[in-house]
Design a binder for this molecule. Structure first.
Ligand code: SR1
Ligand code: MG
Length: 400
């Protein structure tokens, strides 16, 4: 029997006051709920000196759909545990967990309210020079140190079990790899895209390539992933990037995280065709996003290879050439997964504000059409690329 109950503002405040020692006994606390994500409640609890923390509570259903879509509370345990694991490896890039209560599905986190959500910043055309390196560093380190290159096989298998996340993975399996490629009531797109979507539904080569990506997502427990690293899951300021929200975390194919991140940069790239206020501004933000993708990809590869050279414990994986072979495949996977992110965010259930926030309907349709075409071509052509240079060339050719 569980003691789970959904908290309101007063109960969240009371919880922080009585169940934690995050504030002094005489603190005068206030609390409000401000979550706008797809799944959870998010409260800010602050004292009279503006010290604050975030209390996040998982609901027993998906908030964006309602009680008709029940969802496991275990995602709160997974999220806090991924943050703790990733935070041990990359403390500067991971939001801190201050308190965890699995029964109530409550996690208390450091408040990043002084930082900004990356998606909103990119929508405003703002640029962050450190972003690509920070995220490449986070993705390379967290994946390497949870992979078979580094972990003992027994230890790794125990972790795979601990981070088994079937319900949240099922959402990704449906929304990324199934729904967009067939008629499905969860899909959501404007009538103006119908012709393009019907063609996509009949494109067997594309569906075959997507099936291969789905198979990899289902059966390649390469490393402990974030599982949902889009630009709404990253806080930024002038120097730092901090990752939040890994409730979709599990042991999966390393390329999935890199691909999700790049996919969201490309969704913004497409959106800038309608968002940028002038041609020079558009060129400038496009050049920035492209550079970000190239830097992130090449630094990810370089860090991974250096870690593999210096820290690989597995004897077989120390064989000359194996790490290079492995990372090349990760990059190919990443660009394929990136294509699926572009497509599912355009015609599937969960869209992005970068595109949905474009007011002019005609401009929005053009952007959506570009995102769909780009996604299709990446899925189809990435598997044939032999190196990161090939992938970069492919992207350039598709964006011309
Ligand atoms: C029902 S959940 C829809 C989407 O929101 C999350 O952030 C994930 O991206 C998921 O696919
Ligand atoms: Mg999320």
């Amino acid at each position: 029997m569980t003691n789970y109950t959904t908290l309101d503002n007063a109960q969240a405040l009371e919880y922080v006051k009585t169940q934690t020692q995050l504030f002094s006994d005489d603190a005068n606390l206030t609390c409000y709920e401000f979550g706008d994500g797809n799944l959870n409640l998010v409260f800010r609890v602050a004292d009279q000196h503006h010290n604050s923390v975030i209390l996040k509570q998982a609901l027993p259903y998906a908030r964006c759909v309602g009680e008709s879509w029940p969802l496991t509370l275990d995602r709160a345990r997974i999220e806090a545990s991924v943050l703790i694991k990733h935070g041990t490896i990359c403390p500067d890039t991971t939001v801190k967990v201050l308190h965890q209560n699995n029964e109530l599905a409550v996690t208390i986190l450091e408040d990043l309210g002084h930082m900004q959500i990356l998606r909103s910043e990119l929508c405003e055309g703002r640029k962050f020079d450190h972003l690509a390196s920070n995220i490449a560093n986070y993705l390379a380190h967290t994946s390497f140190f949870s992979s078979d290159f580094y972990l003992d096989a027994q230890e790794k298998k125990a972790l795979v079990q601990e981070f088994t996340n079937p319900e949240l993975c099922a959402i990704t399996e449906d929304l990324f790899f199934d729904d967009p490629y067939r008629v499905c009531s969860r899909n959501n797109f404007a009538h103006g895209l119908s012709e393009q979507v019907t063609k996509l539904h009949h494109n067997n080569a594309l569906k075959l390539a997507v099936a291969k990506l789905k198979s990899k997502f289902l059966s390649a427990p390469q490393a402990l992933l974030h599982g949902d690293i889009h630009t709404g899951s990253i806080f930024v300021d002038d120097k730092h990037a901090k990752v939040i929200d890994p409730e979709f975390g599990f042991f999966g194919p390393i390329g999935f995280d890199l691909g999700s991140f790049i996919g969201n940069l490309l969704l913004n790239y497409c959106a800038q065709n309608a968002r940028a206020k002038s041609l020079p501004q558009r060129r400038d933000i496009h050049a920035y996003l492209l550079k970000c993708i190239q830097t992130c990809t090449s630094e990810f590869e370089q860090i991974w290879l250096t870690l593999a050279q210096t820290h690989t414990k597995d004897l077989s994986f120390q064989t000359k050439g194996y790490a290079e072979y492995f990372v090349k495949q990760v990059l190919r996977d990443a660009f394929g997964f990136c294509g699926t992110e572009l497509i599912r965010r355009t015609i599937g259930l969960a869209h992005v504000a970068d595109i949905d926030g474009i007011e002019d309907e005609h401009a929005r349709l053009n952007v959506q059409s570009q995102a769909l075409q780009l996604g299709e071509q990446l899925i189809l052509q990435a598997p044939h690329c032999k190196s990161k240079e090939d992938l970069s060339q492919l992207l350039l050719s598709l964006l011309l």
